[in-house]
Design a protein around this ligand. Structure first.
Ligand code: CMC
Length: 424
């Protein structure tokens, strides 16, 4: 439990004073424990959770004003450039980076579980071919509960940890198959001789007809970095959804499916897809000025800009931009959309509207451009975010399950009809 600071907040309502204890964490603002406000007959009111800490956590720390993002204490730029995705997964799950032996063991276990139950491949057939792959992800990941219910004693820590590994291992297979299904190509089975990102790209792009298909190492490296940059992000909307679902004791696969559903929205993980659609709509640099006018009159939002927490810069976007430059140069791509994106960025960063509101490019502004460069279709962008974030969701789920917790149950400010009678 966090430390009591000894400080107290005093709340006075109608002459009665309430003393509210203040806790401090290891970093970040102290929090006021508002539970005792109930004694006064009031609730707190904080739509959008602008000022509410919903839980105590040791996994990820963000200082939005300074542009800091730490996983288990390590800065995201160091993790993105000095570790691979599976090492970051190990860190999120276990609190420490793995040594060589731990890394080998972890990687081996993940590799052993990349296959999904064969009957699951037929489960995909229930979807329309033109379904959005995120719709398939929500359904298929939720359906894992029906296939893997045998190791699910929630009181058993081994069962819980095994579920986490299973999810991390199988999610690339489900993600790649959700794409293959929509384009009518046969599913490509995982190859355990490939590393995590290579295997995903192999399942996405190999076909039985092309026996010589080889994953481009530049693309695999970029993919791995995109996974790392999306691995976790503290108590965001989808992670809070996973925690809320998990607080009821729901099956973890169902909780992750709930997280995927929450991520899908364009204000959250759906933004990377929305950025590319926006660039398509703008069309050329000549139309940027008129588009910006629409943004300022609030007809449209500049997708890939703004963040609830980052009000200075998004540290993930910084690494993503560098990766974007590297990948485009290495692949020799001269994408006119990139020029368009850079013009949007240039105007936005110098325009009063954006400066006043602390709106900066977020991680999704650049990730879409890299994903496009490595051949990922737009509808798969949010799926890739979900794949990468699965480790974050399940780490938070594990953290919650390993300590006493209450069911998540917010209150409300009711503004509907008062009690009345049916006059008949
Ligand atoms: N374009 C234009 N104006 C914006 C934008 C934007 N992208 N984002 C915020 N604003 C304006 C907003 O209209 C408001 O203006 P005013 O003060 O005049 O009413 C002001 O900035 C504050 O915005 P807000 O909506 O109160 O901020 P929020 O913290 O509630 O929303 C956000 C954060 C990320 C939902 C929002 O910035 C947004 O919708 N951005 C575009 C979608 C996007 O890129 N999302 C990905 C986030 S990063 C991936 C992830 O971690 O999920």
């Amino acid at each position: 439990m966090s430390d009591l600071t000894g400080k107290k907040a005093i709340l006075e309502i109608d002459g009665t004073k309430y003393e509210l204890p203040i806790y401090s964490g290891t970093m970040g603002p102290d929090v006021i424990d508002v539970k005792d406000i109930l004694k006064s007959g009031h609730f707190t009111f904080d739509p959008g959770f602008m000022a509410t800490a919903s839980c105590e956590s040791k996994i990820t720390f963000i200082d939005g004003n300074k542009g800091v993002l730490l996983h288990r204490g390590y800065p995201i730029d160091q993790l993105a450039t000095k570790t691979d995705y599976l090492e970051t997964c190990y860190l999120l799950l276990n609190g420490e980076l793995p040594n060589e032996q731990q890394k080998t063991e972890f990687t081996d276990v993940v590799r052993k579980h990349t296959m999904v139950h064969d009957q699951m491949s037929r489960f995909f057939n229930g979807f329309r071919r033109d379904a959005h792959p995120m719709a398939i992800m929500v359904g298929v990941v939720g359906a894992l509960s029906a296939f893997y219910h045998n190791n699910l004693d929630m009181e058993d820590v081994d069962h819980r940890e095994f579920t986490a590994l299973r999810l991390i291992a199988k999610i690339p297979t489900i993600a790649a198959w959700s794409y293959k299904y929509t384009i009518g190509q046969p599913f490509i089975y995982p190859r355990n001789d490939l590393d995590y990102a290579e295997n995903f790209l192999h399942m996405m792009f190999a076909t039985p007809a092309d026996r010589d298909y080889k994953v481009n190492p530049i693309c695999a490296k970029a993919m791995d970095r995109i996974f790392t940059l999306h691995a976790d992000h503290e108590q965001n909307a989808s992670t809070s959804t996973v925690r809320l679902a998990g607080s009821t004791g729901a099956n973890p696969y169902a909780c992750i499916a709930a997280g995927i559903a929450a991520l899908w929205g364009p204000a959250h993980g759906g933004a990377n897809e929305a950025v590319l659609k926006m660039l398509d709509e703008i069309g050329s640099v000549d139309n940027v000025a008129s588009f910006m006018e629409k943004v300022k009159t609030k007809e449209v939002k500049l997708m890939g800009f703004g963040h609830r927490v980052y009000k200075n810069f998004d540290p993930r976007a910084k690494v993503m931009k560098e990766t974007c430059d590297e990948v485009l140069e290495a692949l020799g791509i001269n994408d006119p959309q990139l020029e368009l994106a850079m013009e949007l960025e240039r105007i936005a960063l110098s325009d009063e509207y954006f400066i006043e509101r602390n709106l900066y490019p977020n991680v999704d502004f650049y990730s879409g451009i890299i994903l496009k460069a490595i051949g990922i279709p737009t509808e798969m962008f949010t799926v890739i975010f979900a794949l990468a974030r699965t480790v974050g969701w399940i780490s938070h789920w594990l953290e919650m399950q390993s300590a006493p917790h209450k069911i998540g149950r917010p209150r409300q400010l009711y503004t509907g009809e008062q009690q009345r009678n049916i006059e008949r």
